[in-house]
Design a protein around this ligand. Structure first.
Ligand SMILES: *Cc1c(COP(=O)(O)O)cnc(C)c1O
Length: 365
């Protein structure tokens, strides 16, 4: 028998979450963001659920190749653009749209020999201070691009630094509007947080194309302020395993490496076939939520490479072989949000889903 752990990718949840993105940004086209191997879910595995998108956005040429190999003929956007001049040949061959965030990328375009002009998105730095032209340089870059025979359409783009927090998007929006006001071209601004919080009411934030990532996978971009239930999103990934042993602890018995959990009362614990080498966060402390046979309980002691230990107090009938849900859908309609596990471990749903380890077998449902 293979080790009892598996991940399931839920096609219906992806379809539901994509529909939520459309409903949250009425009239806008949707780039489904599938960077980082579709946030750990696998590009090939999410494709059936997300093929209703208007385009796919990602970072790697190899991932763009995989989408074309799946038969996707629609738009694909490189969110960081080209990394070297040669990448423009791949853009021509694979018919990719690409972001332009610096002068060097314009130099490469100017020197690129192509029969088919390319579609670019010119990126404004609106406060994130990672990629993009400053407000002062943006229009000069637009002028340069618009004079190139290698370019046929110039979209206008920015990425918000604070869409999920209290600062919001107002400051960045004011800057984007001021700089781009009289420029032609399609606009693209929203990540999941901006889409969910502002997309429905504010057409200027919504723009022509939205770029949801995390919401498509059923994690809330602003947890714990708002949960997936609040945003009506469904988990696209379940990570489940089984109990491979149970054990009675006496008062004073400790558990796991470092003996950092000690039973304060007699208790029953279960040992789960899942550890940090499967992508479960090693930093998850005692008390991280977990489901056993669909009943909510908690981890106890340290996460090790191949195992975690859980309190069976709330799941008194659980035996070796019992079903453990690390996140996602459990038995009897139970659900454990990936955001809750991430929050307990001091991180985000993004990091947990991206970290799903290659040794975990994955099924599509
Ligand atoms: C990753 C990314 C997104 C998607 O962000 P989410 O928070 O996952 O919705 C959108 N735009 C750009 C430029 C990105 O890099």
């Amino acid at each position: 028998m293979p080790r009892p752990i598996q991940a399931v990718i839920h096609r219906e949840a992806l379809e539901h979450n994509l529909a939520r993105a459309r409903a949250g940004a009425p009239g806008a086209k949707v780039w489904a963001v599938v960077k980082a191997n579709a946030y750990g879910h696998g590009i090939e595995r999410v494709y059936p659920g997300l093929r209703g998108a208007d385009g796919f956005a990602l970072l790697d040429l190899a991932e763009a190749e995989r989408l074309r190999a799946l038969g996707w003929r629609g738009p694909i956007l490189l969110l960081e653009g080209c990394f070297e001049p040669r990448d423009l040949e791949a853009c021509s061959r694979l018919d990719l749209w690409h972001t332009v965030h610096c002068e060097a990328q314009i130099d490469w375009l100017a020197a690129h020999k192509t029969g088919a002009p390319q579609h670019v998105l010119l990126k404004l730095n609106s406060g994130m201070n990672r990629l993009g032209f400053s407000a002062a340089a943006y229009r000069g870059a637009w002028q340069r691009l618009s004079g190139l025979a290698q370019v046929d359409a110039i979209g206008l783009m920015t990425h918000f630094s604070d869409a999920d927090g209290s600062a919001g998007v107002s400051h960045a929006m004011a800057e984007f509007d001021a700089v781009t006001r009289d420029l032609p071209g399609e606009r693209s601004l929203c990540n999941s947080a901006a889409l969910l919080r502002f997309g429905a009411e504010r057409p200027s934030v919504r723009g022509d194309w939205v770029r949801p990532g995390i919401m498509l996978y059923g994690s809330s971009p602003d947890h714990p302020a708002h949960s997936v239930a609040h945003w009506d999103l469904k988990p696209a990934m379940t990570l489940s395993a089984k109990l491979i042993a149970t054990r009675e602890l006496q008062v004073g018995d400790s558990v796991g490496y470092g003996s950092n959990f000690t039973a304060p009362v007699p208790m029953r614990i279960g040992v789960v076939a899942c550890g940090y080498a499967d992508g479960y966060p090693r930093v998850a402390p005692t008390g991280t939520p977990v489901l056993v046979d669909g009943v909510r309980t908690r981890t106890v002691g340290r996460v090790s490479m191949d195992m975690i230990t859980v309190d069976l107090g709330p799941a008194i009938n659980a035996q070796a072989g019992g079903a453990v849900t690390l996140w996602g859908h459990g038995p009897h309609g139970s659900v454990l949000g990936i955001d809750e596990v991430a929050h307990a471990a001091g991180t985000l749903g993004y990091e947990l889903m991206c970290a799903l380890a290659p040794r975990v077998p994955v099924r599509i449902e």
